[in-house]
Design a protein around this ligand. Sequence first.
Ligand SMILES: *[C@@H]1O[C@H](CO)[C@@H](O)[C@H](O)[C@H]1NC(C)=O
Ligand SMILES: *[C@@H]1O[C@H](CO)[C@@H](O)[C@H](O)[C@H]1NC(C)=O
Ligand SMILES: *[C@@H]1O[C@H](CO)[C@@H](O)[C@H](O)[C@H]1NC(C)=O
Length: 324
Amino acid sequence: MCLRHLLLCLLVGVIVIVNESEASWDEWWTYDGISGPAFWGLINPQWSLCSKGRRQSPINIEPDKLLFDRHLRPVLVDKHKVSGHLYNTGQFLVFRADREAKVRVNITGGPLAYHYQFEEIYIHYGMDNDHGSEHRINNYAFPAEIQVYGYNAELYHNMSEAQHKSQGLVAISLMVQLGETLNPELQIITSVFNKVIYRGDAAPVRHLSLKSLLPDTNGYMTYEGSTTHPGCWETAVWLILNKPIYVTARELYALRKLMQGPPTTPKAPLGNNSRPLQDLHYRTIRTNIDFRKRPDAKCPSMAQDMHYRANTWQDDGSLSHNVV
Ligand SMILES: *[C@@H]1O[C@H](CO)[C@@H](O)[C@H](O)[C@H]1NC(C)=O
Ligand SMILES: *[C@@H]1O[C@H](CO)[C@@H](O)[C@H](O)[C@H]1NC(C)=O
Ligand SMILES: *[C@@H]1O[C@H](CO)[C@@H](O)[C@H](O)[C@H]1NC(C)=O
């Protein structure tokens, strides 16, 4: 029979299983097979953007399509330390800041019109060094990507409300490269990898400084996209920092020991948990990096020697451009 019928049968079978065990959808999706990325939009109607959306993430950043925008400000991140827990969800590792914590870490500036409150860090990584990051730069994948999510605290009460609402999220992407020395702040997280080997495991992480975790750079690329996990809500302003942070082979080895299942049925390793690249669909990727300062620059720029001037209202009211 045709593939479509086979698929339907599989999905029906799957839905029955899920209902019987009363598992929540959140626990159930995966990165491969019939619950993998190609099916996220089909298995739950609330996740339809995963298959229909046209402003999806991750994307491949093509350097020759970047647009320099001189009005982009530096990103500001509060230096306060936060405590929380690192969880193995069976899909990835996620650090969640404690809800009760009094200190809030604000993320502001950059392209952001609102104050965002830091909430979660997701870790995506590959089972080998040639794969892992979700975003790619010029088709290059890093061994891992750390995504820092915050929610719009001016408009919404919490992450779960903000994630599917307009301008709800900011996501800062840190590319992780293999190096000789480990980022010291990252060590606070990597030191508990051995306590979150199985799905459902959680380990406390204390006094993490988000600001110190970020690489030492003001340069970034930004575009409007989605969460890279279901429901793929198109509510995220993405910031991809232009320098990686470093881990050693030892941490990557520890990461690759983590499993998707509980101790009784560990199933496959947790790694290789990256959503495939999504189409850009004519979105603009802006950067605050002025490539013109480099002699070999080929990057197009908004800062051309040309500007628009509004006509006086006595004229026909249209805009005319003037080369200066
Ligand atoms: C974070 O932003 C909020 C406004 O959304 C402000 O009230 C608060 O003081 C800021 N926190 C810090 C630590 O700057
Ligand atoms: C988030 O905020 C909404 C709206 O105030 C509320 O209904 C919901 O229970 C909150 N969710 C969590 C997880 O706190
Ligand atoms: C991880 O993904 C890469 C690229 O798709 C693949 O070559 C590799 O075999 C995968 N490894 C495992 C252990 O699944």
